[in-house]
Design a protein around this ligand. Structure first.
Ligand code: PMP
Length: 354
């Protein structure tokens, strides 16, 4: 009986079930393993002072102040979400009716399509081809043809690691009659943003997260910056107390202590280069240039390499199935020790090391 009541679009979905990992080297979720120890201490001290019997600030006002100052936008041009995942859901909730269309590149972050499906929307994907580079001409053609309500650009893109040049982002915004979302989850590892463009384009939303560079994946904090009109629209669909006081506190400490992260971010960028150099020395591995804290690679029979790594308790992301990501594995850039551990096992797999 319940089966018949469920929305058709929801019935067709499978629940998000991450692979169970356990102890080992975890390079599967693009988290930050270089979180400064001092930060955890500061968060713990601040949490001791919290009164959790009270509801949290529904607008996360303290956080908004920090986010607005950091990005040079007004207090009414930012909103906080429980991870950028929630903001993606809120954007689609505000704009997508059944049958409405969104355009994304493919492959890309899966949540755009999943959240859109829940809304009953249709996702038109622009295939990047096997080189995994952004195909601007095909993309703009599709945007003009489809006239989507929402366009998602992921910059840098997950899982391919590539970027979209700023001039192309501007052209896409200018050719869109709908909303353009630029998801900058990995901004800190790239350094170029479209955030300043919100002052010129009222249909632009820039998404950021504290889950990656700021090592706060467990607290679930993302934010959007956009025109006043777009932010006030998103506020209408925001669940009332969407960020717990514990998470607001942790995020505040993170944003107030930016200097603690600069070293870690630079270290990850350096480690990304060493990891790439190591991978490039293996002829059987094809790797893709990355501006994120991860690298996508393609090998013959990727599942075998994935299982080999897993048996040695090194966890990476493997894309099952026959799609565009066939035979691809995504590895998060970890600490020097983690990356060395990963490379040793990969070299052993290919018979390059005992
Ligand atoms: N956008 C992109 C491109 C991502 O890769 C991720 C996480 N994998 C997210 C958004 C969601 O991040 P969170 O919900 O943790 O902020």
């Amino acid at each position: 009986m319940i089966e018949k009541l469920i929305k058709k679009s929801v019935n067709q979905l499978s629940a998000y079930e991450p692979v169970e990992q356990g102890e080992g080297i975890r390079l599967d979720s693009n988290e930050n393993t270089l979180v400064p120890y001092l930060l955890n201490q500061k968060i713990a001290a601040a949490l001791l002072k919290l009164n959790v019997n009270r509801y949290p600030d529904p607008n996360s006002s303290e956080l908004i102040k920090l986010v607005a100052a950091k990005n040079r936008v007004g207090l009414d041009e930012a909103i906080i979400g429980s991870g950028s995942d929630q903001l993606i859901g809120m954007i689609l909730n505000a704009f997508i009716n059944e049958g409405d269309r969104i355009v994304t590149q493919a492959p890309t972050f899966s949540m755009y399509k999943i959240s859109n499906q829940i809304m009953g929307g249709e996702t038109v994907e622009v295939d990047m081809g096997s080189s995994f580079s952004f195909d601007y001409y095909s993309f703009i053609k599709v945007v003009k043809q489809v006239q989507p309500k929402v366009v998602f650009l992921t910059n840098p893109n997950n899982p391919t690691g590539g970027i979209i040049p700023r001039e192309q982002i501007i052209k896409i915004i200018e050719h869109s009659n709908g909303i353009v979302v630029v998801d900058e989850a990995y901004y800190e590892f790239y350094g170029t943003t479209a955030a300043d463009l919100i002052h010129y384009y009222p249909n632009l939303i820039v998404l950021r997260t504290l889950s990656k560079a700021y090592g706060l994946a467990g607290a679930r904090i993302g934010y959007a910056i956009a025109s006043k009109q777009l932010i006030s629209t998103l506020k209408k669909v925001k669940p009332p107390y969407n960020i717990s006081s514990l998470d607001q506190t942790a995020a505040k400490i993170c944003l107030e202590n930016q200097e603690l992260f600069n070293g870690a971010i630079n270290e990850i960028i350096e480690q990304r280069k060493s990891l790439m150099d190591g991978l490039n020395e293996i002829p059987e591995v094809e790797s893709f240039e990355s501006y994120g804290n991860f690298i996508l690679l393609r090998v013959d029979s990727a599942e075998k390499l994935y299982e080999y790594l897993k048996d040695r308790r090194i966890f990476v992301r493997y894309y099952e199935g026959e799609g565009l990501l066939k035979n691809c594995i995504r590895v998060t850039v970890g600490t020097a020790t983690e990356n060395q551990g990963f490379m040793e096992v990969v070299r052993r797999y290919f018979g390059l090391q005992k």
